[in-house]
Write a protein that binds this ligand. Structure first.
Ligand code: TRP
Ligand code: ZN
Length: 864
């Protein structure tokens, strides 16, 4: 058995409409692990009960495993056969039985990081979505829930710590320096929530007392030496537990909650019941090694996984088409939590920026799918920004439509009604309807239709009465040529620019028609319009506003998100015009940025977001054909102009001492963020002393936020300070993998003509490895997001990424497949680039033995 052969390439499409309830249930399961890094022996005892009428055999999924022994009710059993990698056990007319199966696995050879694998000398599991079948034969579908008893035994020296879900009910010493532990999880759960960890770990212990007075032991387990970097995660965990009690009335339900941090991990983290397993990057943080953004990432992901205990574990998914039921809702919950812990306005801006950067392009490309897909080939490919982030927006819209009280009533109803069940998105919407007393029939289209809705808005006046004409449309997406109008909650306000007074207070308008007229009121002069305030709906608004109106809103709108939007729109309009060769007047942008900077002391985090120019990719999204070189040139030019015009302001921000790195208050974080933006403006303006200032900040920095920001600015340039700083950084952090990732990342982000060549060199660096997904993402993920570098006209960037996909696929198809989508954006580029991108997709697809994961992503991307 090799790893590659365990993922056959034959593309089988699974359809949502084909769902059938399971023929067999599995109320109890006992697992016995004889642990070893290279050889782990697994004995699974499945207590099965017939659910259907018929004589259907027991279908147990497998992936890369063989049954070494099979017993039914204690007797050796021969009535079984393999069908592909699955095991079919014929149980005759039995209605219940205990099926015992033995398998053997090699965790050290498991480079896919799915199932049981070795990472840095320890053993751990990742079972979502379909990794459990790589451990033992099992139905491995989320609507089959079992109570688990897990016994594991292993070498005491190699694996002093033995963890699984639930509670440890017994432990003891074995022979030959081995020991064992028995864990029991009282809560029935699907196999994707199973977890096991064995290794030499140290723990940061704490506890939490729940609302009803129960004491919960908390533990964060890491490798020796990392324990001092777990405090932020622990604080985040306790805050999450409290917040879920206060805001959703959800209490934790076990006496123990453990988190383990692992260096080699395909995603961010995993919500296994009572034993969350995390990518180290979302646990470990201290001021010297983690940026403020890293800190926020830890807080958000700890919360996300904790919140899954209710939205995902207590109420789980019936099938994987319902993935957004748990992910969209849980992202909405973690967003709300982070908003409550810091600045709500800034958090909303960050969430929308991410949605536009990751989800809008997905929704506009060949991989577009509804938040509840209709079909898939490989479910791992559907852990997308659409399922997660658009999914969260859909929950947020329902929360907006219901208002806080009814939304709470509706979530209570949902949790109470479906506790212990495997539910559907439809169940959730029905609870919203009943708890909120509203009709969501039309709203359900958000679950069915892919594509970002567009609103074309014009302001009309008739005899002093002003109104909006709104036309909505949803673009065609693969498999969905025709779309129906959506129910869209749109928050609006109108202002009289002269008086500075509000003309129409904040109003929630509910759109439902393809064409609609929305009356605003009677105003003396044309009002300034604030549209989609707070980003009340995940739509694209097309509404032409003069620079003067945008500039006015940027400083005077009472909704901070709308102020941010107005300034970004003003910048965007200026940049798009410049790319199209229209010089235009830069004064409104410069004045609006200058006025916004006046608020820097009061709200530095908001100001930093607002005055930052839109990304190159987002500028490209506004164009019919993306011109990466012109975008780079014009964005740098505007950045330089703003740098020059406001030189004094940027320097003033940098002249004041930075807040101490240990100060993690929103205000301190905001100041550091704004200093980073100021430094970037100074450098873009080509100030002669900019490299020296950046190097001084880099050298004097008492924490990673300032250090990384300065390094990133230097990395764009060509100064002696650049090489010097990169070298110092490397020497200082070469033994810290998470920080070394940043060293790769800043070089892949560099806005330089030689970045593609530099990335090719870095791929050959002694510290680069395909074995660690974080390292792969740090280099290639960052590179693919560097628009002008990745889209270098000669196609070198495309070749680099395709080479990576081809090299990584045999080892880790899941992570390889996540690198394919950037090549799928070919339709958005000129013909020469289109041809080069498609040629790389063709080359990928021609590889023999290509995984199902990459086959699906590359073939859909090529089809367009
Ligand atoms: N359920 C996890 C989360 O969002 C996601 C996840 C972790 C995952 N590891 C995975 C998904 C591996 C697919 C494969 O919190
Ligand atoms: Zn999740």
């Amino acid at each position: 058995m090799t790893d590659a052969s365990s993922t056959p390439a034959a593309p089988v499409t699974i359809h949502r409409g084909d769902y059938r309830s399971p023929e067999w249930l599995l109320p109890d399961i006992a697992l016995d692990f004889a642990l070893g890094l290279e050889q782990t022996h697994v004995t699974a005892a499945l207590s099965v009960e017939r659910n259907g009428e018929g004589p259907a055999p027991l279908l147990l999924r497998g992936d890369g495993i063989e049954p070494l022994a099979l017993r039914v009710d204690g007797e050796t059993w021969n009535d079984w056969r393999m069908e592909g990698s699955d095991l079919l056990v014929d149980l005759g007319d039995r209605r219940a039985a205990t099926v015992e199966i033995e398998t053997r696995i090699d965790p050290a050879a498991n480079s896919q990081l799915m199932g049981l694998y070795a990472s840095g000398g320890m053993l751990c599991t990742q079972c979502e979505a379909e990794g459990f079948r790589r451990i033992t034969f099992h139905p491995d579908r989320p609507d089959v829930l079992s109570r688990y008893k897990v016994r594991m035994e292993g070498d005491n020296a190699a694996f002093p710590i033995l963890l699984s879900n639930g509670n440890c009910v017994a432990a003891g010493e074995g022979e030959d320096g081995r020991h064992w532990a028995l864990w029991e999880d009282p809560w029935p759960k699907p196999s994707y929530l199973f977890a096991l960890v064995a290794g030499d770990l140290v723990v940061n212990r704490d506890h939490f007392t729940t609302l009803s007075g129960r004491r919960v032991e908390l533990g964060i387990w890491v490798r020796k030496g990392d324990e001092d970097r777990t405090h932020h995660a622990m604080t985040a965990l306790k805050n999450s537990m409290k917040w879920d009690e206060e805001v959703y009335g959800r209490e934790y339900d076990l006496d123990l909650f453990n988190i383990v941090a692992v260096s080699d991990f395909n995603m961010g983290a995993m919500e296994n019941k009572g034993l969350n397993i995390f990518n180290t990057r979302y646990i470990l943080a201290d001021p010297d090694t983690a940026t403020d953004m890293d800190y926020d990432g830890v807080e958000g992901v700890v919360a996300h996984e904790y919140f899954h205990n209710w939205s995902g574990n207590r109420v789980t998914c019936r099938d994987w088409f319902q993935l957004s039921l748990k992910e969209g809702f849980t992202v909405y919950r973690d967003q709300s939590f982070s908003a409550a812990m810091g600045s709500a306005a800034v958090k909303r801006i960050e969430d929308v920026r991410l949605l536009r950067a990751a989800q809008f392009p997905e929704d506009a490309g060949p991989l577009a799918h509804p938040i509840r897909p209709d079909s898939y080939q490989e479910i791992s490919n559907f852990y997308t920004a659409t399922i997660y982030n658009k999914g969260a927006e859909i929950i947020r819209m329902m929360a907006t439509l219901l208002g806080p009280e009814k939304f709470r009533r509706a979530t209570d109803l949902y949790f109470d009604r479906h506790d212990g069940e495997a539910a559907t998105c439809e169940d959730f919407v029905r609870a919203m309807e009943e708890g909120g007393g509203i009709d969501l029939s039309q709203f359900r289209r958000w679950y069915e239709q892919a594509g970002t809705p567009r609103l074309r808005i014009s302001l009309v006046e008739e005899a002093g009465e002003w109104s909006l004409d709104i036309a909505q449309s949803v673009p065609a997406t693969p498999g969905q040529p025709n779309k129906q109008p959506m129910m869209i909650p749109l928050r609006l306000a109108a202002f009289a620019m002269d008086a500075g007074a509000e003309a129409m207070a904040d109003t929630l308008v509910i759109l439902a028609e393809a064409q609609q007229r929305v009356p605003l009121g009677r105003f003396a002069t044309r009002p300034a319009l604030s549209i989609n305030r707070g980003f009340s709906a995940p739509v694209i608004v097309e509404y032409d506003r003069a620079p003067g109106e945008l500039a006015w809103l940027a400083t005077s709108d009472d909704d901070p998100f709308a102020r941010y939007e107005a300034l970004q729109q003003l910048m965007l309009d200026t940049l798009v015009a410049a790319v199209a060769g229209k010089a235009g007047d830069r004064a409104p942008v410069i004045d609006a940025v200058a006025l916004t900077l006046d608020g820097a002391e009061a709200d530095p985090a908001f100001v930093a977001e607002a005055v930052n120019l839109p990304s190159e990719a987002f500028i490209g999204d506004q164009m019919v054909t993306v011109d990466p070189d012109a975008i780079r040139r014009e964005r740098l030019a505007l950045q330089g102009e703003l740098g020059r015009a406001l030189d004094g302001a940027w320097r003033a921000l940098l002249a004041k001492p930075a807040p101490p790195a240990t100060d993690l208050s929103p205000d301190a974080k905001g100041h550091r963020r704004l200093r980073g933006v100021a430094l970037a403006y100074l450098a873009a303006r080509g100030a002669e002393d900019a490299p020296r200032i950046a190097f001084d900040i880099f050298s004097a920095a008492d924490g990673m936020t300032e250090r990384q920001a300065a390094l990133a600015v230097l990395a764009h340039g060509d100064s002696d300070e650049r090489a010097h700083a990169l070298d110092i950084f490397y020497q200082r952090y070469r033994d810290n993998p998470l920080v070394l990732d940043k060293w790769f990342q800043v070089q892949a982000w560099a806005q330089r003509p030689d970045t593609a060549a530099a990335v090719a060199d870095l791929a050959g660096h002694a510290d680069f490895t395909l074995g660690n997904p974080n390292r792969v993402r740090a280099l290639y993920g960052a590179f693919a997001s560097n628009q002008a570098a990745f889209h270098q006209a000669d196609g070198a960037g495309y070749r680099l990424l395709a080479d990576l996909v081809i090299a990584l696929d045999p080892k880790n198809p899941q992570t390889a497949a996540r690198m394919v989508p950037p090549l799928g954006r070919w339709k958005r580029f000129d013909e020469a680039r289109q041809a080069l991108m498609k040629a790389e997709l063709v080359r990928i697809l021609a590889q023999p033995g290509l995984s199902r994961d990459v086959t699906e992503q590359a073939s859909k991307s090529l089809a367009g």
